[in-house]
Design a protein around this ligand. Structure first.
Ligand code: AQP
Length: 330
């Protein structure tokens, strides 16, 4: 039986965070056993905000190493960098010619992000069409998405319908994959906001390659309320609830049993233990990461192999698209 195809990726806007790890990468490592998975380092998407070229280049390599260090196997999956597959940008152009601007105007993420800047770039506006191209090129059946990306996936589905109505069946209709385990991890400094790698306050997130001392510091200085009794209450004790959620996901223990084990103890005890858990979780990841970064030639070789696999598949779809819309393939 042919395996279903999964495509996902993360934008190279910082280092991967504990939020990305729990909400995405940790689940991706499980999916690789069951599905044909393509995981992309989304560098073209990162260009929707200003990037310093040298930093971006270093981050792309580092991200690729972080994927592998977290357990994504380059032999089992197609691990690739988005810009190494020109078909993403090419298909995006075709898809923009089918996407009514009214649909793009409705995208809430564009509205939110453009409110925070004086310089609203066309690339940010077109971002959801590039995301549609990412998915459709590989005929992905399933796309693991967080709540924030759901609307973009709906747009991808609309674009498939527009294309099919005009040119006939060409793409697989993608559906959202909702992981069984996963959680939205909140900022350590403002637990009403999600933890984000591009947050200006670097105390608000833990990066998976943060040194142990820094992880400890960030957890110890995380914002909680002024009460003392340890209980799980996401409304009234959002900061503590976030710490307990991280604790639960990383240890596999349920929240009630964790809460019970801290009766008569202070929040500080939870923080000390959680810091140790996070440090221990990332210890093997960091060891592998530093090993990979020592041999960049090997890393580039893996990237090239991933790009070759991705290009083969993407070009097949693009050639078919060009034929369907009446372009001349040579
Ligand atoms: N805090 C989070 N909790 C759970 N899951 C999260 N994800 C991101 N943050 C959390 C999931 O990680 C995957 C990759 O996301 P992305 O890097 O492409 O973009 P994002 O969701 O916008 O992540 P960030 O860290 O917030 O990036 P910036 O700061 O650049 O906007 C997705 O599956 C996402 O749900």
């Amino acid at each position: 039986m042919t395996k279903k195809i999964i495509l996902s990726g993360s934008t190279v806007t910082g280092n991967l965070t504990l939020g990305n790890y729990i909400g995405a990468i940790n689940n991706w490592t499980k999916l690789q056993e069951e599905y044909e998975c393509l995981y992309m380092v989304a560098d073209l998407h990162a260009l929707t905000v200003r990037q310093e070229p040298k930093e971006l280049q270093a981050r792309i390599l580092s991200f690729y190493a972080q994927y592998i260090a977290c357990g994504l196997d380059p032999k089992k999956n197609t691990l690739f960098v988005q810009s190494h597959v020109p078909a993403h940008a090419e298909l995006q152009w075709i898809l923009t010619t089918l996407t009514p601007i009214g649909y793009l105007n409705r995208m809430t993420q564009f509205k939110e992000k453009s409110e925070k800047t004086n310089e609203i770039l066309a690339g940010l506006y077109m971002y959801p069409v590039l995301m549609a191209a990412d998915i459709l090129l590989y005929q992905a059946n399933l796309v693991p998405v967080g709540e924030d990306q759901r609307q973009h996936l709906e747009l991808s589905r609309d674009i498939v319908t527009f294309f099919h109505n005009r040119y006939g069946d060409t793409f697989t209709m993608p559906t959202a994959y909702i992981p069984k385990m996963g959680a939205k991890i909140m900022s350590l400094q403002d637990p009403t906001k999600k933890m984000s790698k591009s947050d200006e306050n670097d105390k608000s997130f833990i990066s998976i390659i943060d040194p142990p001392k820094s992880i400890e510091k960030k957890i110890k200085s995380s914002v909680t309320d002024s009460e003392t009794v340890v209980s799980y209450d996401p409304e009234k004790k959002a900061g503590l609830a976030n710490l307990l959620t991280i604790y639960s996901v990383l240890t596999g223990k349920n929240i009630d049993s964790i809460v019970a084990s801290y009766q008569g103890k202070m929040y500080g005890h939870v923080k000390v233990d959680l810091a140790e858990i996070v440090v221990e979780t990332f210890k093997p990841v960091q060891e592998k990461y530093h090993d990979l970064m020592k041999n960049q030639d090997h890393l580039l070789k893996l990237m090239k192999e991933g790009a070759d696999k991705a290009n083969a598949k993407a070009n097949q779809t693009l050639t078919n698209v060009y034929k369907k819309i009446g372009l001349v393939n040579l």
